[in-house]
Write a protein that binds this ligand. Structure first.
Ligand code: FE2
Length: 387
């Protein structure tokens, strides 16, 4: 059993201050800071730049990011970093910004560009050299700050750079940056994090280490997400959601995600539905189909979902949990079926065909997700919840 993680992980309000010590430890002289434009606009990055200025560190700030970044965008960042020649990269933002920052850390010192190192189509090997980085999430969701993967859009499809060297040198999850998230973004990213933890909990690659992280993550996310989404000033709930998301990231990086993510990717690729929403709209339907394969495990979550277990078998408890997942998606204001996204019955074949390509994810499902099962799940998600 093993657990892979960044060398240092900091969590908590004001953990941004750790940057001061890190600058000293690595004797940084020049920093390249990549951040979401909105964080610059609302001056949230001042927390970081004030530290750099107080230490007389030269820095370059870039907001040249996009959602679901393309390979071209990745190369633009690599170019910016090559020009700036920093000895530390800080990535502050959502999953896309963090992916761009971590890919730039690794690719910038190499001979090639992003396309040369992609898993599916790359033609060069990564050498063991990188620019040290600090990855700082501004949402409670993707877990990108603790994983070794950066995803890139390639036309209608996606490819990724995955390499152990991509693991952050320092991950800092300061909930402060999540305080200003709009409800819809907080909801979608929060349910994404919950999906990471639940899928990892029932993954065939789960271990006692990932189980405990996932269980703790589910508990924190499920009991705080509503307040964190709807109550602007409930910082306690936002802090807990942030910690839950970090724990979920650590668990799924090691134990994996499965069917929900496999079926969600085509919704992003073919219909441009954001990642968190794609997972949210499928989560209860996937579990509705696979509970027969994992009810022993899923039913262990009864205390977290506050389910009365007296006189019920594991299947009945697991069905109650699936019901609670349906309720949750609605309670945080997210669409509960595929009709909301204008998906039609004739689209199901394309979705099914593309989900089948996600073999890396599908193999971790406790129930083998063959073509007919996948088609059935998409059909259920199109028809909506059965009361
Ligand atoms: Fe995800």
């Amino acid at each position: 059993m093993k657990l892979i993680s960044p060398k240092f992980i900091y969590h908590g309000l004001e953990s941004t201050q750790e940057i001061e010590n890190i600058l000293g430890d690595i004797e940084a002289k020049k920093v390249y800071l990549l951040c979401d434009p909105i964080l610059k606009e609302i001056n949230a990055i001042e927390k970081v730049t004030a530290i750099l200025e107080s230490k007389n560190i030269e820095y370059v700030t870039s907001t040249n990011v996009m959602a679901e970044p393309s390979v071209e965008k990745g190369n633009e960042i690599v170019e910016e970093v090559r020009e700036a020649n920093p000895d530390l990269i800080i990535g502050l933002g959502g999953g896309s910004t963090i992916d761009l920052a971590k890919a730039a850390s690794l690719v910038t010192p190499q001979a090639g560009n992003i396309e040369n190192y992609l898993n599916l189509t790359g033609d060069m090997e990564l050498e063991n050299k990188k620019i040290p980085n600090i990855l700082m999430p501004s949402t409670s969701g993707t877990g990108a700050e603790v994983t070794d993967i950066a995803v890139f859009s390639t036309g209608d499809s996606k490819d990724a750079i995955t390499n152990p060297l991509m693991i952050a040198d320092y991950a800092i999850a300061d909930p402060f940056y999540t305080y200003s998230l709009p409800p819809k973004v907080a909801a979608a990213s929060g349910v994404d994090a919950l999906t990471h933890a639940i899928e990892c909990f029932t993954s065939i690659d789960a271990t006692p280490l990932t189980d405990n992280l996932a269980y703790g993550a589910i508990e924190k996310i499920y009991s705080n997400i509503r307040e964190a989404v709807w109550d602007k000033s409930n910082y306690k709930a936002k802090d807990e959601l942030s910690l839950g998301s970090l724990m979920a990231g650590l668990s799924f990086y090691n134990g994996g995600v499965a069917g929900v993510h496999a079926l969600a990717y085509p919704l992003g690729g073919n219909f441009k539905i954001p990642h968190g929403e794609s997972n949210a709209v499928l989560l209860p339907y996937v579990y509705g189909e696979i509970i027969k394969s994992c009810s022993n495990k899923l039913s262990r979550l009864a205390p977290v979902f506050k389910i009365e277990t007296h006189g019920k078998n594991n299947m009945e408890i697991s069905k109650d949990i699936t019901d609670k997942l349906f309720d949750l998606v609605t309670e945080v204001g997210l669409p509960e079926n595929l009709q909301h996204y204008n998906i039609k019955e004739q689209d199901i074949e394309l979705l099914t065909k593309n989900a089948l390509k996600q073999t890396r994810l599908l193999v971790r499902s406790p129930l083998e997700l063959k073509e007919d099962v996948i088609r059935k799940i998409y059909t259920s998600a199109l028809n909506g919840r059965k009361k």
